[in-house]
Design a protein around this ligand. Structure first.
Ligand SMILES: [Zn+2]
Length: 497
């Protein structure tokens, strides 16, 4: 059987506003104190009136720009009617026919093949989140509870075209989306806390007798980890292949099915039937005025954007000569890490040197200390000044490591280290070029004076330059980290001048 998986994603992202979308309640993840972040507006008491949070719209518009979406100057709010215990007012304020943004794309590169694809986006719209139902999972019955802290949290829904063709592509799309939204600081996209969640629409195009036959679409709801998204889609593709072989049902033969994902058993399972948009009885919210945004306002938002992860990777490879792998390692660590790298590079003038230090020496310290780059005691300017001395040849890489270790030691002792600390350490420890040259000179003299080397020394004196090799080797063993080229030159100079 030949087939192509057809996958589209709907991603929900909570925005990092101080307050909720239509009231002043705090927008905080607070599962330990249920129902404390509520008011008449977000729980929908009669007579309460919503007021739109301007910052939520601004963060949404900023996101849309990063996702290459077109922005509408005019948008409005609609009521989506349904009853569920976590939605006490029995409707959700959302956007139906006039979302604030439409037609965008995200570029993703698959690690397995290196292939780059564009996943198109249909739209992004803003809506309020519902509360949370909590069921007793002991299996002994018990109570179901409702926590309305989350009710009314600003939620951005990003809907892709069914452009995704495999589970890996879905995962990479989500990872890239999360990285991008974190770079532009609109959401923490914390999947454990539910601030990024995903539904996947999956079906197959079966290739038979030159025909492409679409099978029924299944929506897998509430995927809350990257692994879950990938595993659920893989499972669903296999399940649908079997279903086709058994019942040969095509799209339209049965209603769209909604399934859940059981991460423990690694299976999707059938849930309630999916309502059509008609069942929600959308209508414009009479309590909220439509929103107009001027081009000037949009331009002011655009000015707050940073360089996006994909553009940074390209520039690290093309402008700094980094490998694609190193560029990704740095960019994927997040914006603060990439900003740190940029500053080190601009101070030392050598992106490759900066990348080596960041991905090895600095990363090892961060791992050992279990800290983020923002908490690292050696600032980018200070590390940059150490690397600048290496790049200029003032100190060796080995001496650079000694300076780095001493900087860490001093800052652990409570000193704030600076570029001046770097100079002081180099002077104290005698690591500078002059001291280095002195040391190398002494080591070379010792090797020349060693009787065992008399023959080689004579040969070099007599013009046989290839005899210098073993002498360089001995000096290098003595002075780990010295530059072999300059040692070679110094030995030749000493013996032939
Ligand atoms: Zn409220």
């Amino acid at each position: 059987m030949e087939f192509t998986p057809i996958i589209g994603l709907e991603v929900h992202v909570q925005l990092l506003t101080k307050s909720k979308l239509f009231c002043g309640c705090p927008n905080l993840f607070n599962p330990d104190n249920p129902n404390v972040q509520t008011c008449p507006v977000c729980i929908g008491l009669p007579g309460s009136l919503p007021v739109m949070n301007q910052e939520a719209l601004r963060l949404s518009q900023k996101t849309a720009m990063a996702l290459n979406l077109n922005l509408a100057n005019f948008t409005k709010w609609d009521r989506k009617q349904y009853y569920y215990p976590d939605l006490p007012k029995a409707y959700q304020i959302s956007q139906f026919d006039l979302p604030f943004s439409y037609d965008g794309w995200v570029e993703v590169t698959l690690p397995s093949s290196g292939e780059t694809t564009k996943v198109r986006l249909i739209r992004a719209h803003l809506e309020e989140d519902a509360g949370k139902n909590m069921h007793d999972e002991s299996g002994r019955g018990g109570d179901s509870k409702v926590d309305l802290n989350r009710t009314g949290t600003p939620l951005l829904e990003i809907v892709s075209e069914p452009d995704i063709r495999c589970a890996e592509e879905a995962r990479v799309f989500l990872e890239e989306l999360r990285l991008l939204l974190r770079y532009i600081e609109v959401s923490d996209c914390n999947m454990q806390e539910g601030s990024m969640r995903c539904d996947a629409n999956v079906n197959l195009h079966v290739h038979e007798d030159g025909e492409k036959i679409p099978t029924p679409i299944v929506e897998v709801k509430n995927l809350n980890s990257f692994r879950g998204v990938e595993a659920a889609i893989e499972y669903e593709i296999k399940r649908q292949v079997k279903a086709w072989e058994t019942d040969r049902k095509r799209i339209g033969d049965v209603p769209k099915e909604t399934r859940g994902w059981d991460a423990d058993r690694g299976q999707t399972f059938a849930q309630r039937g999916k309502e059509d948009a008609a069942d929600y009885r959308y209508f414009p919210d009479p309590d909220l005025v439509p929103v107009t945004t001027t081009d000037e306002q949009l331009e002011a938002i655009r000015a707050t954007l940073c360089v996006f992860p994909a553009d940074r990777r390209k520039s690290y490879v093309n402008d700094l000569g980094l490998s694609e792998y190193d560029a990704s390692v740095i960019v994927d660590q997040g914006r603060e890490y990439a900003d740190y790298f940029d500053e080190v590079t601009s101070v030392c003038g050598d992106g490759k040197q900066a990348a080596n230090w960041l991905t090895q020496d600095v990363q090892r310290e961060l791992n050992d200390r279990k800290i983020e780059i923002a908490e690292f005691s050696i600032s980018a300017a200070v590390l940059g000044s150490v690397l600048q001395k290496i790049v200029k040849g003032d100190i060796t890489i080995k001496s650079g490591r000694e300076v780095f270790a001493e900087l860490l030691k001093q800052s652990d002792d409570g000193t704030t280290v600076s570029a001046e600390s770097v100079d002081a350490i180099i002077a104290d420890k005698g690591l500078g070029k002059e001291q280095d040259t002195g040391k190398i000179d002494a080591a070379i003299q010792a090797v020349i004076d060693n009787e065992r080397n008399a023959k080689a020394v004579e040969d070099v004196r007599g013009g046989k330059q290839q005899a210098v090799g073993p002498l360089i080797g001995q000096v290098m063993r003595e002075l780990k980290g010295a530059d072999a080229g300059s040692v070679r030159q110094m030995i030749i100079d000493k013996l032939t001048s």
